[in-house]
Write a protein that binds this ligand. Structure first.
Ligand code: BES
Ligand code: ZN
Length: 960
């Protein structure tokens, strides 16, 4: 097929005459395109310019942003997905769409997004343009699809008139692909029969794959959707169905479901699903909002949607209170899909989820699974207002959308599960982790410039931990220093002013400032001046507190002392820092550091006093002290650690380890902060220490440091293991506290890892029982991940194959996930290699899980080099087939390279980068960060290996 208009990447999509309602046969997408009728639109050719990076594009259709000439008002779109393949074996959908738009500035050009759609002709045309209310419309000059920028381009013979409205009509065919983006298909087996679900994932730029649309977040419009679908299936969309009637097309009995017009909304929030699913539902609140949880029939019948159903109402109610704004829609559907790229997607009124993020079965799911469901629901519901009702103008402000939802998801989940300590868990789950990323010279500011974010892959790249977790961290800090009440008042007026419209981040600062002024909150500068320093420059400060002199200083914190920051900052890497502390007398202070240094006499200590700054890690910074105070903190930890608040115990560990990495304190000081753990039973400090010691494992578990390190950690964890064994009456009961349940798992994992007596017997014993009676798994859900992993690591092919068959048969997605992760724990290279091969076979491992499974294998010390070879050898294939919709791609790069600490490995990584120019897409930044990390690891190992070996050796042999 020649180059031409309707050829899109991948499938050679060409068209045949096809109009919905008049399809004689389902037409193969590969039928050759037939020429246009003479006298109609000019037979088109692809635009002459198709380069991917034109320096200064001359023509509007070569630019990635829409011009400001047209604005959509409403759409009327009908889509008909085919849930069975056509004669060519392709799954397709057909559709037609009408968009009514207003001409804002006179133009003779219509640009509307359209990607991988094959426009069909009707009456000889590919598009039909009409003036509204019978007004005139210019005739068409030339129409084509501009593939690189994903436009349908319509050039006109004369101008559209400013102020007038027009309608543009198209008919099209697309592939219902398995690529997890646009209108795509998901498959599962139920009662022995394969079922196909047609579903969508539009964010960020894939609505244009479903029908031609002005696919930018500020191009809000009202959508009138209609779906045509087989009997026995149900169709869902953002709004309630208006009616569902039986219709017949070419002898096929179908259903036509029409939906109420949506609210004015962005295209990336559209969703439609056709499935054989069923639901669990109820109504909520004064307005009787309908809440429904949709999933596979068997999952719903088993009650897997009940937990989500029970928590959605309270969380919605929480946000209504928090925003002081009623839920804007009449219904909230949430649906669990067997194939889904991200964790969940906040489509307005029809939230889509990966099964593990919505479904829960107390018999088999762990408390971590339950928490995932609660926080995901909370995150997505938070978006119903913040993001959906009020939307960022452009993707450069994505951090505000996602950072905000990530922050308040903890508030919503805390409301739904008040005993879970969710407000502490934000520190572990968001803040500590992202500080390690943001301390690299290759990090980036939260906020990007609008003009720097153009192409779809730039947009995708923004979905990273800086956007989510640092975004959450700085908004939490802001909410703390202006108080939650003032923060939520500001949110309320912000939502009121901008509802159904778009904003930039400054609009939020403006409303928070108004609330601050009204509430009389004293601040050292405006909200904007304070916050700009946290969002416009990358990184964060290290605050050094000298308790002898009272001096407080700040400095940009870099993990690698040798790294060079070449990104300029208008604020010179200085921040306005809210500083809090707790000292011996337990008094809590609040102090603002403005500028490089200041002196505050309140922090000068007497001889027997100590001080910790940054209470509950509410500020996004690290703290260093004079050595006297460090010693006093260490002494306090060893004498009576509970005098220091629990999060600050974790913070002391995390700060010390990170400062040691940056060469600011000795590594031995960091290691000494772990000694009190032999008496600690709380989860947050243990988890923090485990993660930091994890780095020592990565660097040293193939060296002579390993033995003494194991011996030391074994000594620390022994008492914790005993504590939980007693507490749970020999592992027969479950600790009551949510975080205690987590720490029980930590105790077992670490005990087994370091060879605490009785641990391996426990895990292999439990697994053996299950193997003997596969129908009855008696392993407590919380313990399953660690029990499976340890048993598979200790076992051989028999254990592996058993776990694989259980994985294949698992009826609950979270159970399948645990097995999927545990399968990577085997120590047999051939099993690991076989498993790697399975990862690229979608029949064995779903596409959505491929990247994370490879990452699991790479986390295994034996699997790491196998995974690295595998990823390098197949990169082009992986990138091409999996790069598009996969969210965890940058994690894959990160995990595979995590143990790198030699020159040789650095060069391999560099080679890898050079061998695949332009093939990293959204993981480009992850690759740069991996290079920087490898260098830092090399230096660190050189500088620390001997002293670490010595320290572990001496500690291992001294009494506790
Ligand atoms: N809007 C995102 C989903 C998304 C992610 C779309 C990446 C396109 C690309 C959604 O609100 C989200 O953040 N989902 C999270 C869930 C979470 C943080 C609980 C996800 O998918 O991981
Ligand atoms: Zn989100």
């Amino acid at each position: 097929m020649g180059k031409g208009l309707y050829i899109t990447k991948g499938v050679a999509v060409a068209c045949a005459v096809l109009a919905i309602g008049a399809v004689a046969t389902i037409i193969a997408l590969s039928v050759a395109y037939s020429k246009e009728k003479p006298g109609s639109e000019a037979a088109s050719t692809a635009s002459p310019v198709g380069t991917s990076t034109p320096s200064t594009p001359k023509e509007p259709w070569q630019r990635f942003r829409l011009p400001d000439t047209l604005a959509p008002l409403w759409y009327n779109a009908t889509l008909r997905p085919r849930l069975e393949p056509n004669a060519e074996g392709l799954y397709i959908f057909t559709g037609h769409s009408l968009v009514v738009f207003k001409c804002v500035r006179a133009t003779d050009l219509i640009l509307i997004h359209s990607n991988k759609l094959n426009l069909t002709t009707f009456q000889g045309f590919h598009v039909k343009l009409k003036g509204l209310d019978g007004g005139p419309a210019p005739s068409l000059r030339k129409t084509w699809l501009e593939v690189p920028t994903q436009y349908l381009v319509v050039r006109l013979n004369s101008f559209l008139a400013a102020g007038s409205a027009y309608e543009l009509y198209t008919e099209f065919v697309g592939e219902l692909s398995d690529e997890l983006g646009g209108f795509y298909r998901s498959e599962y087996i139920e009662d022995g029969v394969k079922r196909v679900v047609a579903t969508t994932q539009m964010e960020s730029t894939d609505a244009r794959k479903a029908f031609p649309c002005f696919d930018e977040p500020a191009m809000k419009a009202v959508f009138h959707m209609t779906l045509i679908h087989p009997q026995g299936t149900v169709a869902l969309s953002n709004s309630m169905d208006l009616d569902a009637v039986n219709i017949s097309i070419d002898g096929q009995n179908l259903i036509r479901t029409r939906f109420e017009p949506t609210e004015r909304m962005s295209t990336y929030l559209l969703a439609f699903v056709v499935s054989e699913f069923t639901y669990a539902g109820k109504t909520q609140g004064a307005d009787d909002v309908s809440i429904r949880i949709w999933a596979r029939k068997t999952a719903i019948e088993e009650g897997q949607g009940d937990y989500a159903l029970q928590k959605t109402g309270p969380i919605l109610a929480f946000f209504e209170g928090y925003y002081n704004s009623t839920y804007p829609l009449s219904k909230s559907d949430q649906i669990a899909l067997p194939d889904f790229a991200a964790g969940a997607m906040e489509n307005w009124g029809l939230i889509t989820y990966r099964e593990t993020n919505l479904l829960y079965n107390p018999e088999v799911s762990s408390n971590a699974d339950k928490e995932k469901v609660a926080t995901t629901i909370s995150h997505e519901l938070a978006h119903m207002w913040f993001g959906n009702l009020v939307t960022m103008k452009w993707w450069n402000d994505l951090w505000l959308n996602e950072g905000f939802a990530s922050y308040v998801s903890y508030l919503g989940a805390n409301y739904a599960q008040p005993t879970w300590n969710m407000l502490d868990l934000i520190v572990l789950n968001e803040i500590i982790g992202v500080m390690a990323v943001d301390a690299l010279a290759s990090s980036h500011p939260l906020s990007s410039k609008e003009e720097d974010i153009m192409k779809p892959e730039h947009i995708m790249e923004l979905f990273d931990s800086i956007t989510y977790s640092k975004g959450a961290a700085v908004l939490r800090m802001l909410s703390e220093f202006i108080t939650e009440t003032i923060f939520s008042q500001g949110l309320h007026t912000y939502l009121e002013e901008f509802k159904y419209n778009n904003t930039v981040y400054k609009d939020l600062w403006k409303h928070l400032q108004m609330a601050v002024d009204k509430g009389g909150i004293p601040l050292p500068d405006s909200v904007e001046a304070i916050m700009n320093r946290w969002i416009l420059q990358m990184g964060f400060p290290l605050i050094t507190v000298d308790t002898k002199t009272g001096k407080i200083t700040q400095k940009h914190f870099l993990l690698d002392p040798k790294s060079v920051v070449d990104r300029p900052s208008e604020f010179n890497y200085e921040w306005i820092v809210p500083i809090t502390w707790v000292n011996t007398r337990a008094s809590i202070q609040q102090y603002w550091l403005v500028g490089k240094e200041a002196t505050n006499k309140d922090i000068v200590l007497n001889a027997d006093e100590w001080l910790v700054a940054n209470i509950d890690m509410k500020g996004f910074y690290r703290v260093n002290y004079d050595s006297d105070n460090w010693e006093r903190l260490l002494a306090k930890l060893s004498s009576k650690h509970v005098d220091i608040p629990v999060i600050n115990r974790a913070q002391i560990i995390d700060d010390a380890f990170n400062l040691a990495k940056a060469n600011i304190v000795n590594t031995t000081l960091a290691l000494r902060t772990t000694k009190f753990l032999s008496k600690e039973i709380e989860y947050v400090p243990w988890e923090t220490a485990t993660r930091n010691l994890g780095y020592f494992y990565l660097m040293f578990d193939r060296s002579e440091v390993y033995g003494p390190m194991q011996a030391y950690i074994r000594k620390l964890v022994g008492p914790l293991f005993d504590y939980f064994r007693t507490l749970t009456v020999n592992w027969t009961t479950i600790p009551t506290g949510h975080t205690d349940q987590y720490n029980q798992v930590n105790a077992i994992s670490l005990a087994c890892k370091t060879g605490v007596e009785g641990c391996k017997d426990l895990t292999t014993g439990l697994f053996k029982n299950w193997m003997q009676n596969p129908a009855k798994n008696t392993i407590s859900p919380n313990l399953r991940s660690t029990v499976y992993c340890n048993a598979i690591a200790g076992g051989g092919v028999k254990e592996w194959d058993f776990a694989w068959s259980m994985y294949k048969n698992a009826a609950v997605a979270s159970e399948a996930n645990k097995l999927m992760a545990a399968l990577s724990c085997t120590t047999q290279p051939w099993l690991l290699n076989r498993y790697l091969d399975y990862c690229l076979d979608p029949e064995k491992i779903r596409k959505q899980d491929a990247a994370s499974t490879i990452a699991y294998i790479a986390s295994n010390p034996i699997g790491q080099s196998l995974a690295w070879d595998f990823v390098r050898a197949r990169w082009s294939h992986i990138f091409h087939d999996y790069g598009g919709g996969s969210f965890s791609f940058d994690r894959l790069i990160k995990v595979v390279t995590r143990r790198f600490s030699t020159e040789f490995e650095y060069n391999q990584l560099l080679r890898f980068k050079e061998d695949h120019p332009g093939q990293f897409g959204s993981s480009t930044m992850a690759l740069e960060q991996a290079l920087e990390k490898t260098k830092a690891n090399m230096d660190w190992v050189t500088n620390n290996k001997d002293l670490v070996l010595e320290w572990f050796t001496s500690e291992a042999s001294s009494p506790v």
